[in-house]
Design a binder for this molecule. Sequence first.
Ligand code: URP
Ligand code: ZN
Ligand code: ZN
Length: 470
Amino acid sequence: MLFDTIIRGGTVATAADTFKADVAIRDGKIAALGHDLGEAGTIIDATDRLVLPGGIDSHVHFAQPSGEGIVMADGFATGTRSAAFGGNTTVLPFCLQEKGQTLREALKRYHALAEGECHVDVAFHLIVTDPTEHVLGQELPALVEDGYTSLKVFMTYEGLALSDRELLETMAVARETGAMLMVHAENFDAIRFLTDRLERAGNTAPRFHATSRPIPVEREATHRAISLSELIDVPIMIVHVSNREAMDEIRRAQQRGLRVMGETCPQYLVLTEKDLDQLNMEGAKYVCSPPPRDVASQTACWEGLQQKVFSVFSSDHCPFRYDDPQGKLVARGRTSFRWVPNGIPGVAARLPILFSEGVVKGRIDLNSFVAFSATNHAKIYGLYPRKGTIAVGSDADIALWDPKRRVTIRHELIHDGSDYTPYEGMEVTGWPVLTMVRGRVVVEDGVLKGAKGYGTYLPRAKPPAVSAAY
Ligand code: URP
Ligand code: ZN
Ligand code: ZN
């Protein structure tokens, strides 16, 4: 038999083109695209289906230490399982360096946790929280050569935030080594000041999380991150952008020819800060940073996608269980929003939301959907063309979509380790009905077909000199 599998009769879409073709697969790779490709061990009927590159989610958190007494709801098994149910074939979780730890120690922990657990392929971004001379001078350059070619830095959060000097030092190493630098842009001192003031006034409910991190906090940090990167002449990715003012900072930088990229997420397209304003602690389900804003901000984020100010659409999946003293209902969270774990789940809902609200409602075209959901992630983070497209020689990482299927999002469809989804009850049109990783079906018609441990670790190339054209 010439081929292992042929996906027959579907409509293939890449970031560039949409065309009718059969997809033939051999040894986990795409071997041919065409018609009348002959026989194969397995034929998958893709009539009335879209045949898309499997989603790549370049912003997820699994098994990340999250403060005393707090446990993240997903490790690698449940996190990658949920990713597969959402039409994803590769995820990029973060490897957090804790203060005092070396990057290699941190990596050892994450590799041990991921080993034998993953349903889809995985690569790690590093989070640098302790940029010592050893880390910046020796570890980071060596790790970039070893295929850890991206890192995230924080401008906020206790124990994670870097000073401007540390940001500059880290940016300089990213430039020298050719790594992609992701920036969480919020002003730490402003947040601390506003949080203290809110608490003194007795404003401690979850909804005040949004009040403590208003748009200027994000805009200022975005502007500062861009200015610092300009001094170093290094490309940066501003992650989880929530509003027009931050988006406009990125747009202006791009118009000036700076290599500044942006990412937005589902929570900024379909949630608002009103979701945090609920009875009792229900609002804690939506506490994430930056917080969801308002309808005008949602419109701005769509504009950022339509006008390609943003290159990637990621979930920022950062799951905590709700009804759990180690999750959103941690005892001290009732005393102040300050202690509610930051982050919401979204790895499975990301693509159905973008497809339904974006493609079905005519805000973006199908090829842009593919670019935002897969191709641009692969290009920016050094996985292209192995991942992120449907082309001869690429890994057979494919999601079949039923573009007409109407689904009400329920937590039971998400298959993660959390106990809720912030998108419960949302009606979407379009759903991934089959997810294939390197030629093997891992989820079909809502049923897990793959086994833990099939997903593999992916060392990455250095990101190409990233242009604003992405
Ligand atoms: O609230 C969020 N976004 N938590 C995840 C950590 C981060 O900043 O990405
Ligand atoms: Zn962040
Ligand atoms: Zn995040």
